[in-house]
Design a protein around this ligand. Structure first.
Ligand code: ASP
Ligand code: MG
Length: 408
């Protein structure tokens, strides 16, 4: 018998038929003897609808009231799922965030969970009742409903699993797991059986948007085994877990990519202490996030300074750079928005040399020029021309042996 927290997303709760399907799935676990605590999202599209409604009345209104309105989406689905479970003869009881209670700080629309009192949920489980908890919401010390930010139900699921010391937190969604890369770019992408928290964070922040990043961080911090699975297709999904010294980790787990970055270069900056700070300080002051940074001294002793920002920030960053570059007496500012970042991710890299050169060789053979490189302990990223992105992803996917074995 296991204690499992199951979170069902908006698509899984999208209609009465789908809610009844979820009830059947939950009933299956209960009948096999597991204790299940369920967390749900609002019906797909509902949170958007509620926020649009709120904005139509007063776009700059109090965030407390926005939360009050947005949180109602989940209040509907917990009740519906509890009803659907009851129809199947499973005892169930619905809970909003404040009824659990799930306590949060006062940062409306992006609140953080500060504590969960698991007693009621535990008592239900022991009495054979399935608690159905509203995701995405909690209660502040001031007694206001607060939401955790878009996609926040994933975090509710993980936090409940941590508070209950559950054996596993299962995130049910419309994909059947985490893939080696985006199957829309590489049809031979393969579902991973397992991936570490750290790798998942690299994959998620680089564009494989299966899970809210905060939920993965939370799960890693509290060591909650997390599994991503499909509501609609049976299968083992992908287990997101700690590194396991008993299991030989694959060298590379996946190829992540990001089309949203743009590159800026300041040419001919005098080479002296304080230049990087002088260039990037004003960028930070303008609230522009910088990702990769490369600085190089040319033969004439001046420096070329290159960095990437989000495409949406490119124009603003260029303006800031023009001002600073004039002040510093640099030669000029250039840039490109038609770039993309491709990364190979894998904890196995820690104990193996030569991954970078294998990556660069594969790209060279495909005729792809590398504009920038950055590395971390478990990731190597390159910036290339955007038009070669799909070729690069497929080339690296193949070079690192990530493909599905072709059916005989
Ligand atoms: N319903 C909320 C949203 O759409 C929370 C969630 O689905 O995780 O963002
Ligand atoms: Mg979601």
């Amino acid at each position: 018998m296991a204690l499992i927290v199951q979170k069902y997303g908006g698509t899984s709760m999208g209609s009465v038929e789908r809610i009844e399907h979820v009830a059947t799935k939950v009933a299956g676990f209960v009948q096999r003897g597991d204790q299940v605590v369920v967390v749900v999202s609002a019906m797909s599209g509902e949170t958007d609808r509620l926020l649009t409604l709120a904005r139509s009345v007063n776009p700059r209104g109090s965030q407390r009231e926005f939360d009050q309105i947005a949180a109602t989406g989940e209040q509907v689905t917990i009740g519906l799922l509890a009803l659907a479970l009851g129809k199947l003869g499973i005892q169930a009881r619905s809970y909003t965030g404040w009824q659990v209670p799930i306590r949060t700080d006062g940062a409306h629309m992006k609140a953080r969970i500060q504590g969960i009192d698991p007693d009621r949920l535990r008592a239900d489980c022991q009495a054979g009742v399935v608690p159905v908890v509203a995701g995405f919401q909690g209660i502040t010390d001031a007694g206001a409903v607060a939401t955790l930010g878009r996609g926040g139900s994933d975090t509710t699921g993980v936090a409940l699993a941590a508070a209950l010391a559950a054996d596993e937190c299962q995130i049910y969604t419309d994909v059947d797991g985490v893939y080696t890369t985006d199957p829309r770019v590489e049809p031979k992408a393969r579902r991973l059986d397992r991936i570490t928290f750290e790798e998942m964070l690299e994959m998620a922040s680089l564009g494989s948007k299966v899970l809210q990043i905060r939920a993965v961080e939370f799960a890693g911090k509290y060591k909650v085994p997390l599994r991503v699975l499909s509501t609609f297709k049976d299968g083992p999904g992908t287990l997101i877990t700690l590194e396991d010294s008993k299991v030989e980790d694959p060298l590379i787990s996946g190829i992540a990519f990001n089309r949203d970055e743009a590159q800026l270069t300041v040419n001919g900056v005098p080479d002296r202490p304080g230049i990087a700070a002088a260039l990037l300080g004003p960028v930070g002051d303008a609230n522009i996030e910088v990702d990769m940074i490369v600085q190089n001294v040319a033969a004439d002793g001046s420096t070329d300074f290159t960095f990437t920002v989000h495409k949406n920030d490119f124009d603003r960053a260029t303006e800031v750079m023009r001002t600073v570059s004039a002040e510093l007496g640099a030669k000029g500012v250039g840039g490109a928005t038609d770039i993309a970042k491709v990364s190979v991710v894998g904890v196995g890299m820690r104990s193996h040399a030569g991954i970078a050169s294998q990556m660069f060789k594969a790209l060279a053979t495909a005729g792809i020029n590398i504009r920038m490189i950055s590395t971390s302990e478990i990731k190597i990223s390159v910036v290339i021309d955007e038009m070669y992105l799909e070729l690069a992803v497929r080339t690296l996917h193949k070079a690192f042996g990530l493909e599905q074995p072709t059916a005989a």
